[in-house]
Structures are given as C-alpha cells and as structure tokens.
Design a protein around this ligand. Structure first.
Ligand SMILES: Cc1ncc(C[n+]2csc(CCOP(=O)(O)OP(=O)(O)O)c2C)c(N)n1
Ligand SMILES: [Mg+2]
Length: 919
C-alpha cells in the first residue's frame, strides 16, 4: 500500500523526482531487493542526521539495535561479577528447591530469575541508584516471579540471613520472606507490588510522570531518580502493560527505563510461537514514541552477521518464528546446523568453521553481559523519550537441559540431585559447594565471607551507587504541615438552606485544602475526564492543570472565568479517560511519603461505578504499597444518579471496598460528615510525627468516600456530635419528633437520608409512631470493631466481655431498626449480628428478644429513570421505609399486621412483582 499522503502534496520538481525513482529501479534491478533496502535504510539514517523529519519506521530487522562498534566499554570486573552471579543464581535456585522440600507445594519459581539474572546484576552493579545520604534514589519495579534472585543478592550483601532464606514463602514463621514483592508484608524491603502482572508496568509509567510533576511543581528535585521496570514478555499481553505506553512517549519520560525479559515463553508455552514477540513489541513501542533497544544476539553472532554478504543469515533471522527459536534452545548443535543453517548452502557455509558445541551455545543477547551493558548505558544516557530494552534470553538459563526453554519450565520447583550437581558444574561452584553437601536433602547456600574480594566488590559497587536495593524507607525528607483543625469548620454550619450535593460540598472543601498555606501544595487532585460532572472545572483556572509543556495554545474558553488552563506547574492531574492510569497516579502520589520521603495527599475523584469494580486490582496493589490518600466515589448510589442506567449506577462499590483491609470506607450523608472524615483522615494518615517531630508518618491506610449528586439543604452538625462519632461509623442524628414516643429506629447513609427523614415525619403524622434517625457513616468500620470485640471475647473466656461498639450504641436505640442506603443490602447486613437485642416489656414480664433489623437497599441492575421511580423500584423510598418500620413493629407484636397490610395497599405496593435483583 502506498503512502497516500505523497499523492496529495504538490510535486514541485517532477523531473528530479523521476530521476530518484529511476535510480531506485536500477538499484533493485542490479543489486536486488536486499541491497535496495540497505541503501534506503542508509538514506533514512542520513536524513535523520540532517534533521529531515522522516516518519518513524516501526520495525527494524531482527538484529541488535546497537552495532558492535558502537557498544560502550564495560568498566566492571567481568570475572568477579560472573562469580557473584553464579552465587546468586545458585542460592536463588536452592531457596526454592529447599522451600519445596520442607513444605511440598509451597511453590516458587526457578526459571524466571534464571533467565534474567544477568539483566538484574548488571543494573545492581552499575546502574541502580540507592537511597543513602538522604537521596531518594532510583525506583525499581522488579518482576514479581524473580523475587528469589533479589533475596539471594540481599543474602550475599548480608542483609538477609540463612534462616530467612529457609523460610522463603513461610511468612508466618516469624522471619520468613514473602513469595513476591509485597511492601505490606516486608515494609523495609519491597517498595512496589508487581506480581499481579501488568500493574507494575502501568504504575511505573505514572510514577515516572509523577516524579516529573513534583519536580515541575518544585516540591522535590527528582532529576537524580530513574524509574526502572522489569517485566516478562508474556506480561506484555496484559492491557495494563501496554495500555499507557503512549503517555510515556508523549510526555518524553526519559527518566523511565523498561527491561522486557524476552525469553519467548510465558507459563504455558511460547508467547508468540508463530510470530516474533520482540518484533511485535518493537513496533508497538516505536509507534508510541519510545526509544527501543533490541539485544537479540550475543557477541559470537557479530562475525557471522558481518560475513553475511548474501543476506541469508539476516533473512533466516527475520523469518524464523519464536516457536522455532525456542526449539533450537533445547536442541543439539547438529540439529541447529541442520535446521537453522542447513537448508541454504550459503548459510551452512557461514558456520562451517564452528563445532556442533559452539553452535549449540551461540548466545542470546540477553545473556551477553557486554551487550547488555551497552544497552543499559545507551538507555540511561538517552534523552527525550523513555527507553525499552528488549532482551532475548532463554527461560531457565543454566538450570539444565530438562528445564531450559522447556514448556513446563515455569512450573519447575524442584531439582534432582543430578540437576543440582550439574548446575554446580555449569556455574563453576565446585570450590565452594561440595558434592557431598548436594547429596543432602537440603543443599547449602553459599555466600563469600566479608573479607573476600567478591564481597568487597559487591558492597563497593553498591556504595558507589548509593547503597543497597531494594529498600523501602519511610524517613521523611520534606515534611508536611497539616492544615489547622478549624479550617473546615464552615461545613459544620450547614448550607443555610441552599440545596447542594455532597459532591459540590467536597469540591469546595478540596479548594479550601488546596489553598491552605503550607499544606495546599501537597494536595494532588486527580480526575479522569470527569471534572465537569463533579463541578471541579471550578478548580481548573485557580490551580491549573498539569501539563509538562505548559499551554501551547489559547484555550477556546480563555475569556471565561473558569477557563481550561494548563501549565507546567499545574496542580490538577487531569488524566483523561483512564481510571487505571488515574489510580496509578493515586498510588504514585499516595506512596511518595515512602518512595521519596515527601508526603503527598492525593484526592482521586471518579465515577464510583468505575472504581473498585473497574480497577479493583490496582486498588488492592495500592493497599499493598501502603498508599495513603482519599478515593472519592462520586455519582454514587444506584438510584441517586438518575437517568444513566445499569452500567453507571453503583450499588456495590462499598461492598467491594469492604474487602480491602486498609480501606476506610464511608458513606456520608452530609457535608459536615465529609469534612470530619477528611480532617480526621489527614490526622490518621499524615499526622503522627516521626522521630524528629515532623508530620507525615501516620498510618498506612486510605479512605474511600462516596459522594452523591443529589442536592439538598446541608444541615448543620447536630449539637454534641463529635468527629469521633462520625468516624466510628454510627451516631444518633435526630430524636423522634415532638409529641410521639420513640418506638423505632431508622438508620440512613448517604443520599438515603431523604427517604429516612420523610418516613420519620410520615410515621409520626399518620401513625403516631416515633422513630429516631441515626446516621450510619461506615458499616465497614462498625463491623470491624464488632469483630474485634467478638474475637477478644472468644479468646479471653475469663475476662470481662467486651461489647461491640455498634451493639453498645444501638442499646439506646428504640424498637426495630430499619437501615436504608443506596447500596446493596449486604452493606448494612455487615452488622447484622451485632445489632443489640431488645428488652421487651410484656404483660408477663420483661423479655430479651432478637430485634428486627430490616435492611433496604439496591440489589439488582440499575435502570434509566427518575430518582423517585428508581427508589420505588428498589424499595428504598419513603413508602418502603414506612412499611419496613410498621412491619418491624408488627414482628415484635407491637402493631397489628392488618395495619401494615392497609399501609401497603394505601401506598399501592400490593402488586406482585418479582424481586428487584431478578428483574
Ligand atoms: C494478572 C496475573 N495473571 C496471571 C498470573 C500468573 N502468572 C504468573 S507468571 C506467569 C507467566 C509469566 O510469563 P512472562 O511474563 O513471560 O514472565 P517470565 O517468567 O517468562 O519471565 C503467569 C501467567 C499473574 N501473576 N498475574
Ligand atoms: Mg517470558
């Protein structure tokens, strides 16, 4: 297909054009296609040098990007580094083998690290910057399954001891090591959870961008930090992996380097048996504006290629599919001579001087230390775009012929004695590992003593580079000043009758926080192209939208007060339509207290439906990372956001939120509740002081708040209600109306407050029944506190029993309890077993009875309709709250059932309908 654009441009000198085309014709006639391609590529290269913008070629031949003559010289001690690698490889393998000897089935991986040991070791010895001397250092995302190798190195550095290696994957034994990088479980070691594949790569991109952001905003100088991400070639199939690479290209993130370990295999088999993953990735990354460095062939191939005057070798390289290359890695030299070099006599002649053994061991580029060094050197000196190194390796490298490049290699967890012995030979470890030791059931680890040359070299290299990695520290480099406590007190006054939503109240609160002196700059508002929906466009102009290049155009709305204002030091992260990317920004900001020693406070506001269920795994990983900050699920509720329908209406994010241990989930009804939760949340997460008395080192939790778009007058905070009442999840919001006795309780959350309040008035007016109103801000919190009391009692049979806080509080609540929310019934059901029993006075004396606890909620798919219709459909409106209260009273024998029946008929609810969750 021709480039259509050429035919649309005027040809100012057709004669000259024809001459060029003629030359090309004769070139093809005389030298053939291959020669013509070579000349064209040379011309393109020259054109680039001359500054003639030529379109990026997305694909280059299947050879190394860096030619031999341009390779940087390797400055290290190759012999010592090889030796160190051998020890690390050995221990990594032994750790997994031992773990599986001790506890069959405990798992672990041998072959991922075996294929990438060289990739890591080069970086450890020459590139990764550490965190010593108050530096933030580099940020390294290690491939999750390579963890044994990383532990093994830390063992050589005497950062881990033998018993820890012995307890690989046995964390509950006290000094065990987690299977994969989990900061939550090894908080002074791992920084980034990477094992759920695709999340590490995505997070690394947004991390690199976030480093730019805080640099441009002059919060932290990040110019000396590089973000590295190591990933598998199979991992690139995850949409999260490649989904945001264009952002990195567009933002010219030359502080980001990816290393893709292209061992051509994933778990079950080849990544692209019928294709070429390296070629495919090259095209994708080049198209996205990345600098791509392919390291396919080791040094021994250089001479072969130089002698390939007919181009037959190159042709063979280009046309051999990965499935075949994988096969060659398992075959003899004779097989390779026959099947790779064999068919073409010119090709066979190229390797006639090589023995079968030499042919068998022709190295892959990823195992060639010199070539990999050159690639890293080039990547780290490259400017203007991110770099990806595509390194061709063999899965299970050095582990022996039964394991290397076999389809089942990923699952290998045990090695026989014979295999261990052959590994020892392959790694030349005969002098440090005795044959008899291998005979034993638990083969020994080895590390050089601290006075050895190898140890000194290892440590010296890390010292030069700023200390050992990985290392997670929460030492604060730039402390944060919390805003004064009375800053948000305006929300306690209510909205003076003005009808507003909790969403707009929150936007106002966010503005107040972002303006707060000292604290304001640490606020990171994040939105995924939904600012206008949440009324956040009011922040665009005042705080600016972050754009690395500033604003190169005059915005269409520049004459408006709230124009779309982008700037290099803009504060808002307007991420566009990517909830995953936004969550990655949230994680980068929410972990900056640890990764950079600079506490930042992200407020990520999104469509609640597209939060936990869309990017739940990223939220889980954020929790593992010990991220702090606020997630705001706006347009919350299944009936509050009218019109949109079932893909938009969220009735379950609070249920999903309840599954994340560090998530503090709240469903506030009023602006003063939102303010109290944010105020106390800031204290809890950032408030406690570090050893030097500086703010920012609080608990590693994060908050999830639902925000609704229904407008109503925000009431003032009721007299006597404390922040503590709001934060612990439940408090009495209003007594029964004057003139009626309190005989029932209605609990509401979020926008269900409207139905609850209306029902309270109706019950009093029509039935003379008094109901108290309680605000339930967090069922998750109530449940956890209840479980805690219950557990204490179970395990302390002789102590005074504790009472669940929710039980205690409800002890003073009258009658049956009806809980209504705009979420599934399972949300209020969380406290079902903690609902206090009732003391009931009957004619025959006082009885303690189980109290009716009736939950109303929005189980089922949403619908497009009005709020009123939706609430009727889901049975959460005023009528249904009234019926529920009457029904509860009838159940307790305090009301005739006929009254309930009559009410049902009066409300017109007596038509037989299927349950909403079946409709
Ligand atoms: C999201 C997710 N899905 C599946 C897995 C299970 N899994 C672990 S490793 C692996 C294969 C990895 O292949 P590749 O990325 O090529 O890495 P390699 O081990 O070959 O270096 C799979 C499927 C996972 N960890 N995360
Ligand atoms: Mg792989």
């Amino acid at each position: 297909m021709s480039d259509g654009y050429v035919r649309q441009l005027p040809d100012v000198d057709p004669e000259e054009t024809a001459e060029w085309v003629d030359s090309l014709n004769s070139l093809v006639d005389a030298g053939g296609e291959r020669r013509a391609r070579f000349v064209l590529a040379t011309l393109t290269d020259r054109a680039r040098e001359l500054g003639v913008g030529t379109p990026v070629e997305v694909s280059t031949p299947y050879v190394n990007t860096i030619p031999k003559q341009a390779e940087a010289w390797f400055p290290g001690d190759a012999a010592i580094e090889r030796r160190l690698r051998a020890y690390i490889r050995w221990n990594a393998a032994v750790m997994v083998v031992n773990a599986n000897h001790r506890a069959d089935g405990i798992g672990g991986h041998l072959s991922s690290y075996a294929s990438s040991a060289g990739l890591y070791e080069l970086a450890f010895n020459h590139f990764f910057r550490g965190k010593e001397h108050g530096q933030a250092g580099d940020h390294v995302y290690f491939q999750g399954h390579a963890a044994p190798g990383i532990y093994s190195r830390a063992f050589l550095e005497y950062r881990l001891d033998e018993s820890q290696l012995d307890n690989f994957r046995r964390e509950l034994s006290g000094d065990g090591l987690s299977s994969y990088p989990h900061p939550w479980l090894m908080g002074d070691f791992w920084e980034f959870p990477t094992v759920s594949m695709g999340l590490g790569p995505l997070n690394s991109i947004y991390h690199a961008r976030f480093n730019r952001y805080i640099d441009h905003r002059r919060i932290d100088d990040t110019s000396n930090s590089r973000v590295w991400c190591f990933l598998g070639d199979g991992e690139t199939d995850e949409p999260e992996t490649l989904g945001s690479i264009s952002l990195a290209g567009r933002e010219h993130l030359d502080n980001l380097t990816w290393v893709v370990n292209c061992n051509l295999q994933r778990l079950d088999g080849p990544v692209r048996g019928n294709g070429k993953i390296i070629q495919e990735l090259e095209a994708v990354f080049r198209g996205a504006g990345w600098n791509v460095i392919k390291v396919i062939w080791g040094a021994a191939w250089d001479d072969l290629l130089a002698n390939d005057t007919d181009g037959v070798l190159l042709e063979k390289m280009n046309t051999t599919v990965d499935g075949e290359f994988q096969r060659f890695a398992t075959e003899s030299g004779a097989y390779i001579r026959e099947h790779f070099f064999g068919p073409d006599p010119r090709l066979r002649a190229l390797v006639a001087h090589l023995s079968d053994d030499e042919l068998r061991t022709l190295p892959r580029g990823g195992h060639d230390y010199q070539k990999m060094y050159a690639a890293y050197k080039s990547a780290t000196s490259h400017t203007g775009s991110p770099t990806v190194i595509l390194a061709h390796t063999i899965k299970g490298w050095t582990l022996g012929s039964a394991t290397e490049a076999r389809n089942a290699t990923h699952q290998v967890k045990k090695l026989t004695r014979a295999q261990l012995t052959s590994l020892r030979t392959r790694l030349h470890l005969e002098d440090v590992i005795s044959e008899s030791a291998i005979e034993a059931d638990a083969p020994p680890y080895y590390r050089p003593p601290v006075d050895s040359d190898e140890y000194r070299y290892l440590v010296e290299r890390r010292n030069v580079l700023g200390g050992p990695l990985p290392k997670r520290t929460t030492a604060i480099r730039t402390p944060l000043t919390l805003p004064p406590d009375d800053l948000l007190h305006e929300f306690d006054e209510g909205s003076n009758g003005q009808e507003v939503s909790t969403t707009t109240s929150f936007t106002r609160l966010l503005r107040t926080l972002a303006r707060a002196e000292g604290f304001g700059p640490r606020v990171v508002p994040i939105i995924p192209d939904e600012g206008r929906t949440f009324g956040m466009d009011s922040l665009f102009k005042e705080f600016g939208i972050y754009a690395a290049e500033g604003q190169l155009y005059e915005p269409v709305d520049s004459q408006l007060l709230l124009s779309y204002t982008e700037s290099r030091d803009g504060q808002l992260l307007e991420e566009g339509i990517t909830e995953a990317g936004s969550l990655a920004s949230f994680t980068a900001a929410g972990t900056a207290y640890a990764t950079r020693g600079v506490p930042m406070v992200p407020f990520y506001t999104f469509y609640s439906m597209f939060g936990f269920q869309r990017v739940g795994d990223l939220i889980w990983a954020a929790a593992d990372s010990q991220a702090k900050g606020f997630l705001l699920g706006a347009t919350a509720g299944r009936t509050t956001m009218l019109g949109e329908g079932l893909q938009h209406q969220d009735g379950h994010s609070l249920l999903l939120a309840s599954t994340v241990p560090t998530c503090q989930a709240y469903d506030p009804a009023y602006a003063y509740e939102v303010a109290a939760i944010v105020r106390q949340g800031l204290h809890r997460m950032y408030g406690s002081r570090d050893s030097q008395g500086r703010d920012g080192a609080g608990e590693s939790v994060f908050y999830y708040l639902t925000l609704y778009n229904e407008n109503y007058a925000m009431p003032p905070r009721p007299e006597g209600v404390t922040d503590e009442d709001i934060l612990t999840g439940l408090y009495r919001w209003a007594p029964a109306p004057d003139g009626v006795d309190a005989v029932a309780t209605i609990m509401f959350s979020g926008s269900a407050q409207g139905a609850a309040r209306a029902a309270q008035l109706t019950l009093a007016d029509r039935y003379g029944i008094g109901a108290e109103l309680w605000s339930a801000t967090s069922y998750k919190r109530l449940r956890e506190d209840g479980l805690s009391a219950e557990r204490y009692n179970r395990l302390h049979p002789l102590e005074t029993p504790r009472v669940a806080p929710v039980t205690e509080r409800l002890g003073t609540a009258p009658g049956p309890i009806v809980a209504v929310t705009d979420y599934m019934k399972s949300v209020p059901d969380q406290i079902d077993r903690f609902v206090a029993p009732l003391e009931l006075k009957t004619k025959r004396g006082t009885a303690v009875v189980r109290r009716p606890y009736i939950t109303l909620g929005t189980d089922g798919f949403g619908r497009s309709d009005t709020r009123a219709a939706l609430r009727r459909f889901f049975e959460t409106d005023e009528a249904h709250v009234v019926i529920a209260v009457l029904s509860g009273l009838a159940e307790m024998g305090q009301l005739e059932s006929i009254v309930v029946d009559k009410a049902i008929k009066e409300y017109g609810l007596d038509t037989e309908l299927a349950d909403p969750w079946t409709r």
